[in-house]
Design a protein around this ligand. Structure first.
Ligand SMILES: *[C@@H]1O[C@H](CO)[C@@H](O)[C@H](O)[C@H]1NC(C)=O
Ligand SMILES: *[C@@H]1O[C@H](CO)[C@@H](O)[C@H](O)[C@H]1NC(C)=O
Ligand SMILES: *[C@@H]1O[C@H](CO)[C@@H](O)[C@H](O)[C@H]1NC(C)=O
Ligand SMILES: *[C@@H]1O[C@H](CO)[C@@H](O)[C@H](O)[C@H]1NC(C)=O
Length: 391
C-alpha cells in the first residue's frame, strides 16, 4: 500500500513541477490543426511592431467575420497562453493584431494565433525575431527590392499595413545609406500620406540600403518605426534573368508535426520568357525523394505586382519531421537567359511539447523503477508489499 501511495505522491508532485504542460498533454485545449507560417518577423528592438494573426488567411476569413461565428481568438507565446497581454501592458491584442509598444529583445519567440470554437481549432505559428542593429548585418533584416537601370522606380515602405490601418496621417522620412533624401521632385518624389518614394532614372549608384521611418504618437508617447530596404539594380543586359526574391531568410523555423509551406517567389525579369521554377531536396526532385507525398510541390502561380511579374512555386510539408532539418532544400529558377539557385534550410523551432511529451513519461518510469527497486530491496520479505510493487 505504501508503495502505491508513494507512486501517487511522486506522480503528483512531478505534475506540479511540470504543472501546466502535463495537464495540457491530454487537455482538449491543444489544437488538432497546427500550421507553421512561413513568413517570420524580423524587427528592430525598441520600435513598435505588430504581428498580424495569420490564421484568418488560412481559413479565408477576416476579423470582422468573428462576431458572426462563435469563434475565439487567443494568442500564445512559446506555446504558453500565460503571457502578459492587456490594455495596460506593453503588449496589447487588438482585433487581429498583437502590438508591441515597443519591442524588447526578450519578446523573441514563437507566437501562435489560435482560433477555436466548440468543434474546430486552428493554430498558426509565426516566429518573431527582435534584433539589435549591432548584432545583425543589414542584409539579414533588409527587405529586398529589385529594379532595372534607366527606369523610374516606385519604392514601397514594406510591412506598414498595421500602421496605415490605424493612422491616417502617415508621413514618412526616407534615407539612403543614412542620409536624408530631399523630396525636391528631381531625383526623389514623396507624396504626402503615401508609403512610396518615386526614384527617377535609376542607375547602378542607386543601389544600397534605404530606410523609411514613420514617427507617431501613441498613449502620449512618441514612437518611431523603420524598415530597411536593400535595392538591387539590374543592368539592362541582365534585365531578362530570373531573380529569386523569396524565401528571403535562409533558415526557416518549424516544429515537428506541424504543417509548413515555403513559397519560392521569382521575379521573372522584364520580359524574360520560358521561365521554369522547381524545388530539389538533397539534389533530387520532390516527388521522387518524398514518394509518400509528405512533402509536395505546388503548382505554378503567376502574380502581377507593381514592379513586374512574379512566379511562385510552393513547397508544402504535410507534417514536418526530423529528417527535414538535415535535408538541403533548393529552389531553382531558370529561363532562356539564365539560372538562379537559392538554398533553404529548415531548423527546429523550440517546442516545449515535444520535449515534455518525451521527457515526462521517461522521468516517471525511471522514478517508478527506482522506487520499486528500493522497496523490493528493503521489504523483500514482505510478500504482500512485493506483489504490489510488482504491479
Ligand atoms: C521563447 O523560446 C526561445 C527559444 O527557446 C527563447 O530564446 C525565448 O527567450 C523565449 N521567449 C520568451 C518570451 O519566453
Ligand atoms: C466552427 O468553425 C468552423 C470553421 O470556421 C465552422 O465551419 C463551423 O461551422 C464552426 N462551428 C460552430 C459550432 O460554430
Ligand atoms: C506526423 O508524423 C508522425 C511520425 O511519422 C506521426 O506519428 C503523426 O501521426 C503524423 N501526424 C499527422 C498529423 O499526420
Ligand atoms: C538528405 O541528406 C541528409 C544527410 O545526408 C539526410 O540526413 C536526410 O535524411 C536526407 N533527406 C531525405 C529527405 O532523404
Amino acid at each position: 500500500m505504501k508503495v502505491l501511495f508513494l507512486l501517487i505522491t511522486v506522480g503528483h508532485s512531478l505534475s506540479d513541477t511540470f504543472g501546466f504542460s502535463v495537464s495540457r498533454l491530454d487537455s482538449p485545449e491543444q489544437c488538432q490543426n497546427r500550421i507553421t507560417h512561413f513568413k517570420g518577423y524580423y524587427v528592430l528592438g525598441g520600435e513598435p511592431a505588430a504581428i498580424q494573426c495569420p490564421t484568418f488567411s488560412y481559413l479565408q476569413m477576416q476579423y470582422s467575420d468573428l462576431s458572426e461565428s462563435s469563434q475565439d481568438l487567443v494568442w500564445s507565446r512559446n506555446y504558453s497562453e500565460n503571457f502578459n497581454v492587456g490594455e495596460e501592458s506593453r503588449i496589447q491584442a487588438k482585433e487581429d493584431l498583437l502590438w508591441f509598444f515597443p519591442t524588447k529583445k526578450e519578446d523573441t519567440g514563437t507566437y501562435s494565433c489560435i482560433l477555436r470554437n466548440s468543434s474546430f481549432c486552428l493554430e498558426v505559428t509565426v516566429h518573431f525575431n527582435v534584433m539589435a542593429l549591432t548584432e545583425v548585418t543589414l542584409a539579414d533584416i533588409a527587405y529586398g527590392q529589385i529594379t532595372v537601370e534607366q527606369h523610374s522606380f516606385q519604392m514601397n515602405c514594406p510591412d506598414m499595413g498595421a500602421f496605415t490601418r490605424t493612422h491616417t496621417d502617415v508621413n514618412l522620412r526616407w534615407l539612403k545609406d543614412g542620409n536624408l533624401l530631399s523630396n525636391d521632385g528631381k531625383k526623389y518624389e514623396v507624396l504626402d500620406g503615401s508609403t512610396h518614394i518615386h526614384i527617377k532614372d535609376v542607375n547602378k549608384e542607386d543601389e544600397g540600403y534605404y530606410t523609411c521611418e514613420y514617427t507617431f504618437t501613441h498613449d502620449n508617447k512618441e514612437y518611431s518605426v523603420s524598415r530597411i530596404i536593400s535595392l538591387q539594380v539590374i543592368a539592362q543586359e541582365k534585365r531578362d534573368h530570373p531573380i529569386i526574391v523569396q524565401p528571403s531568410h535562409k533558415t526557416i523555423a518549424a516544429s515537428i508535426g506541424s504543417k509548413l509551406t515555403i513559397p519560392c517567389k521569382v521575379f521573372t525579369g522584364f520580359g524574360g520568357s520560358n521561365l521554369i521554377v522547381w524545388w530539389l531536396a538533397n539534389g533530387t526532385y520532390i516527388n521522387e525523394i518524398f514518394e509518400d507525398g509528405r512533402v509536395t510541390e505546388g503548382s505554378f502561380q503567376e502574380t502581377k505586382e507593381s514592379d513586374g511579374i512574379y512566379i511562385e512555386v510552393t513547397l508544402f510539408f504535410e507534417n514536418v519531421s526530423e529528417e527535414d532539418f538535415s535535408t538541403d532544400f533548393k529552389c531553382i529558377a531558370s529561363n532562356d537567359y539564365g539560372t538562379e539557385v537559392l538554398p533553404t534550410q529548415i531548423r527546429q523551432a523550440a517546442s516545449p511539447f515535444s520535449w515534455y511529451l518525451a521527457a515526462v513519461p521517461a522521468i516517471l518510469i525511471c522514478l517508478i523503477v527506482a522506487i520499486i527497486s528500493i522497496c523490493k530491496y528493503r521489504k523483500s520479505s514482505d510478500k504482500k508489499q512485493y506483489s504490489l510493487a510488482k504491479y
